[in-house]
Write a protein that binds this ligand. Structure first.
Ligand SMILES: [Zn+2]
Length: 274
């Protein structure tokens, strides 16, 4: 439940108190209710964006034995969230607190850094950059792939999928490679943060790839206003209004544009410098 809405942000509980992406502090009540009597043992973070990991500090303060796994590039921003908060404030402004709640630092001695390629807590880890440089995905022995934002945003029961492309780290080529990485795992299911576990794995990875490529083209060819109009028209044609609202909450359309516009601009700057 995020801002009173279901099907926006998903946290997963595995065996023995392992949580993949606890979500933001603003959703803590729903998380604790879901946990019941289980004391969480470890947080397996796909990345540090606030909708995925905002509650990490609050939870480590609450549970003194709780460990946190995160990509090495994300780790310093959990210990000192000031840069992360500045970056997020640019996008969310005054709505920061309502949307995400408190963002507390995580003590450094609770953090275990990942690079991708290792195996931790019975999960295989892969580096899956593209949405964020420090994004990782986890594969369980049962074949569940916890893919964070890599395989897109989809509000059940609909199949329609959006690639979440907020600034500032979108890298389309890296993301396409990451989709290959997940494909190569040949998982039985994809566990999306936005939203839920889906078993049409190949189709879902395909939808995410197409959305990424289509929206990247659109952002290159059109201005913000036309981009927003076209993307929201496509969503409205594919899903009901209740689901469309949830898509916009998980992946605000103006942010989709901003992230892709920045990607193209930075790429052009690099090419002209070379
Ligand atoms: Zn994210």
């Amino acid at each position: 439940m995020h801002q009173g809405k279901d099907r926006v942000i998903c946290a997963y509980e595995l065996n023995e108190g392992l949580i993949v992406d606890p979500g933001p502090t603003s959703c803590l009540e729903a998380l604790l209710e879901g946990l019941g009597d289980t004391e969480p043992r470890a947080l397996m973070l796909t990345h540090i964006h606030l909708d995925h990991a905002g509650a990490a500090g609050t939870l480590t303060a609450r549970y003194p034995h709780l460990q946190v796994f995160v990509h090495q590039v994300g780790a310093p921003h959990l210990v000192d969230p000031s840069k992360l908060l500045t970056s997020a404030s640019r996008l969310y402004g005054d709505a920061m607190d309502t949307l995400w709640g408190a963002v507390e630092p995580v003590p450094e001695d609770r953090i275990h850094v990942l690079k991708g390629g290792e195996s931790v807590e019975g999960l295989l880890v892969a580096a899956t950059p593209g949405h964020a440089y420090h994004h990782v995905a986890y594969l369980s022995e049962d074949g569940d792939a916890f893919v964070g934002d890599v395989a897109g945003v989809r509000v059940p029961p609909h199949e329609y999928t959006l690639a979440p492309t907020p600034p500032p780290e979108i890298d389309v080529e890296a993301w396409l490679d990451s989709l290959h990485t997940v494909t190569a795992w040949d998982p039985a299911a994809l566990c999306l943060t936005h939203f839920g576990r889906v078993t049409d794995v190949e189709d879902q990875l395909h939808r995410a790839r197409i959305s990424l490529l289509d929206n990247a083209d659109l952002a290159r060819q059109e201005g913000e206003e036309a981009f927003i109009r076209d993307v929201e028209a496509a969503s409205a044609a594919a899903v009901d209004e209740v689901a469309a609202e949830r898509l916009r909450q998980a992946a605000p359309t103006d942010q989709l544009y901003m992230g892709l516009e920045r990607y193209w601009r930075k790429r052009a700057e690099r090419e002209s410098a070379a």
